[in-house]
Design a protein around this ligand. Structure first.
Ligand code: FES
Ligand code: FE2
Length: 324
């Protein structure tokens, strides 16, 4: 089995919303260029394996879920959540299944209505999934998904960039942050928080849950969660989920949620032009960018990434030394 693509470090990456994968259903996901199929079993828990069938290369993402296993659409072989082939229906009953008939599997878990895959060896997936305390039920959620030619790191930096509210979003959001240069930033584990100047009464402006989620919190009753799933180095699947706790009555609440969501989508659309123009596309290739006092989140986000890459390299070196 090939090693996973690096330098993207071993972390929990959000890949989808829980509501997108119903019981007995599957969903294809592309993460760092790797095609993965995820599916939900009858007891509710999820499986995730590489979607290339090890028999003759058909896509398991085109198959179906049968008895909690994913079935290849070509010759009907079935794979369990460990990636092991457990049934080869065209063969004699009791025929031995080769151990090599096996697909890579991933640690997969859920939190706050989102699905996360651990990009690394499943046995290393011991860390807690970082998430936002602010996202609590009951809130009404509405979401949209887009594929954008941006790296996930550039997108995450954009979502919590308070300064651009005064320029890119000057007709929609700039009212909420009157003094953008006075924001402050704190780091707690994998959460980076940006706080507004004390002259505002907002509880928090925005947060990053490292590596690929962000929260925009411009009003206590309005939350917007962003996720940027790294399809590959230069393309991302963007999720925008709007939540509101302002109007809870069934029909009016639904209408209000839709209006709030389309306002969020309008703001996202405003980001398209500047964000698509950013070069280099990958933040990791950015040399000599001159960051300002209102960019502390970018500094912390990039530092966190460097730190985690360093930790991963140290761990790999230690493992190599031990095995020599
Ligand atoms: S290619 Fe999948 S079972 Fe043959
Ligand atoms: Fe924006």
């Amino acid at each position: 089995m090939q090693a996973l693509a690096k330098p993207f470090e071993d972390q929990w990456y959000v890949v989808a919303l829980s509501e997108e994968v119903k019981i007995g259903k599957k969903k294809p996901v592309r993460l760092f260029g790797q095609d993965i199929v995820i599916w939900r079993q009858t007891d509710g828990h999820l499986g995730a394996i590489d979607s290339r069938c090890p028999h003759m290369g058909a896509s398991l993402a085109l198959g179906r879920v049968v008895n909690n296993a994913v079935e290849c659409p070509y010759h009907g072989f079935r794979y369990d959540e460990t990636g092991k082939c457990i049934e080869t229906p065209l063969r004699e009953p009791g025929a031995l299944i080769p151990r090599t008939l096996c697909s890579r599997h991933y640690a997969i878990n859920e939190k706050g209505g989102w699905i996360f895959i651990f990009w690394g060896a499943p046995e290393d997936a011991t860390a807690e999934i970082p998430f936002f305390d602010e996202v609590k039920e009951p809130l009404r959620h509405t979401y949209s998904v887009r594929e954008w030619p941006v790296s996930f790191t550039r997108f995450i930096e954009n979502t919590v960039d308070v300064a651009h509210l005064a320029t890119v979003h000057r007709h929609t959001l700039s009212w909420s942050i009157p003094e953008v240069a006075k924001v402050s930033c704190t780091v707690d584990g994998n959460i980076i928080s940006m706080f507004p100047p004390s002259s505002t009464n907002l509880p928090v402006v925005s947060k990053i849950a490292y590596p690929n989620m962000a929260l925009l919190h411009l009003h206590p009753k309005f939350l917007t969660v962003f996720a940027a799933v790294p399809i590959d180095d230069e393309n991302s699947r963007i999720y925008l989920r709007s939540s509101q706790g302002f109007v809870r009555w069934p029909i009016i609440g639904w209408i209000f949620s839709q209006i709030k969501h389309w306002a969020d989508m309008g703001a996202l659309w405003q980001d398209k032009k500047p964000l698509f123009s950013v070069r280099p596309i990958r933040t990791e290739n950015a040399q000599g960018e001159v960051l300002m006092e209102f960019d502390p989140h970018v500094v912390e986000y990039r530092k966190m990434r460097q730190r985690k890459l360093q930790e991963m390299h140290e761990k790999t070196s230690a493992t190599n030394t031990t095995s020599q």
